[in-house]
Design a protein around this ligand. Structure first.
Ligand code: ARG
Length: 410
């Protein structure tokens, strides 16, 4: 006997067409199994006779949201020395909890940029196998970094011989770790190109890795078909990474005009986490963040917001990246309002969390917009987020891969 495709139809007062930057009124999205087969204004779409129809009324449909910088295995209440007590199995379970929280907040795709012990690979596989609920995950495994750098762990003294799993020095050593990360399931490569805020004893402005090392790392990743994300706050690290060919720069706090010009020339994406500063300065001390890190944040957060505005004005490719895990998972959407406050239109902020990440991940054929042929990753919010972007902090409907994982509360 023939197996019939399951057809679901969503209707809503509005939908966001991120490909064309347009609001469509009286919208219909037709889902067959896992895919969108039609989407647009009601008069342009045929509603199949046997479909299960959900009429949402005063809602706006958007593509599933995408966050390009999360750490699902990190707990925002366990920073600094507090984080040392959790085992690898424990942080993996932390990830199970927060994968679900992230999906329920409307983020149907995330890029997890740094996790110990390939816990991110295990989470992704468990989600894909249907054992647990969570977003589509693009995962890096352990982040690469220099000895003593931001992606090493510098909390304990020498006699503990602590070395993080992604530490590698020298062009061939970084190639080897890239190959190892791919062997164990990474689909993106992350490295630290400068010091950071939350690491002990590193300076945000100081470059980590030489151009030669970055070039080798990027060459190896690209040869294998993976994209590269670079943590970089410092001016020189940002520019050296862009010249080395990285696909995205994370944080980008101490950006200068030359850095903007280079990003435009190379088509590099910026993922600027401009909400997290509020959590770090507000809740960080309680959560175990070191005083030296708070001091760094007081300088970096403000500069980052100013440079976000500059980068937006200049037309750099911007993607939504939150660093959730430093702050509570599920609060990812709070960044939207800051992105609008610091220079984006609501439409630009939505595109930065949908079609641009899909393009960065080279998934634009299957993800990132509500159009026929793409995966049915869809969210619905009450009201119109183009009028009030903070509505994206409360996503009412979540559909992932054609399944309603969060129905609208009636
Ligand atoms: N993980 C980053 C670091 O430690 C967080 C930076 C957060 N601060 C900011 N203003 N974006 O460097």
């Amino acid at each position: 006997s023939a197996v019939c495709a399951k057809t679901t139809v969503l209707t809503a007062d509005r939908m966001i067409d991120v490909d064309n930057g347009k609001l469509i009124k009286n919208a219909v999205v037709v889902i067959e199994d896992n895919d969108i087969v039609a989407a647009g204004a009601r008069r342009t779409v045929d509603i199949p006779a046997n479909a299960e129809v959900h009429e949402l009324g005063d809602y706006t449909l958007l593509p599933g949201l995408m966050d390009m910088h999360v750490h699902l295995t990190s707990d925002a209440t366990k920073h600094g020395y507090k984080g040392l007590a959790d085992s690898l199995p424990r942080v993996t379970l932390t990830g199970v909890k927060y994968a679900k929280a992230t999906l329920m907040a409307g983020f149907t795709t995330v890029r997890n940029v740094g996790a110990p012990g390939f816990a991110d690979v295990a989470l992704r596989d468990a989600i894909n196998d249907g054992d647990i609920e969570g977003p589509r995950m693009f995962v890096s495994g352990p982040s690469l970094g220099v000895t003593g750098g931001h992606c090493d762990n510098n909390l304990l003294p020498y006699e503990f011989h602590t070395v993080s799993e992604g530490v590698a020095d020298g062009p061939w050593a970084v190639r080897e770790i890239v190959r190892r990360n791919i062997k164990y399931g990474a689909t993106v490569i992350k490295f630290c190109g400068t010091g950071g805020v939350l690491s002990k004893g590193t300076k945000v402005g100081v470059q980590q890795y030489t151009f030669e090392e970055m070039q080798a790392l990027v060459d190896e990743a690209h040869m294998r078909g993976l994209t590269v994300a670079t943590h970089a706050h410092g001016t020189d690290g940002i520019k050296t990474a862009i010249k080395a060919g990285v696909d995205s720069v994370e944080h980008v706090s101490l950006l200068d005009d030359e850095g903007i010009a280079l990003a435009l020339e190379h088509g590099t994406y910026f993922s600027m986490d401009i909400y997290v500063t509020e959590y770090i300065l507000g809740e960080g001390a309680k959560a175990g963040i070191l005083e030296e890190s708070l001091a760094k944040e007081r300088i970096v957060g403000k500069r980052q917001r100013e440079n976000f505005e500059k980068a937006v004005k200049a037309g750099v490719n911007m993607v939504f990246g939150s660093d959730a895990g430093v702050y509570p998972h599920g609060d990812n959407g709070k960044q939207f309002a800051r992105m609008v406050r610091f220079g984006m239109t609501p439409m630009q902020a939505i595109q930065a969390a949908t079609i641009h990440p899909a393009t960065l991940l080279k998934q634009q054929d299957t993800l990132g917009s509500l159009s026929a042929g793409k995966k049915a990753d869809i969210v619905g919010v009450k009201g119109n987020p183009l009028d009030d972007i903070s509505l994206l902090e409360n996503v009412g409907l979540v559909v992932k891969d054609g399944h309603i994982v969060k129905p609208v509360a009636m």
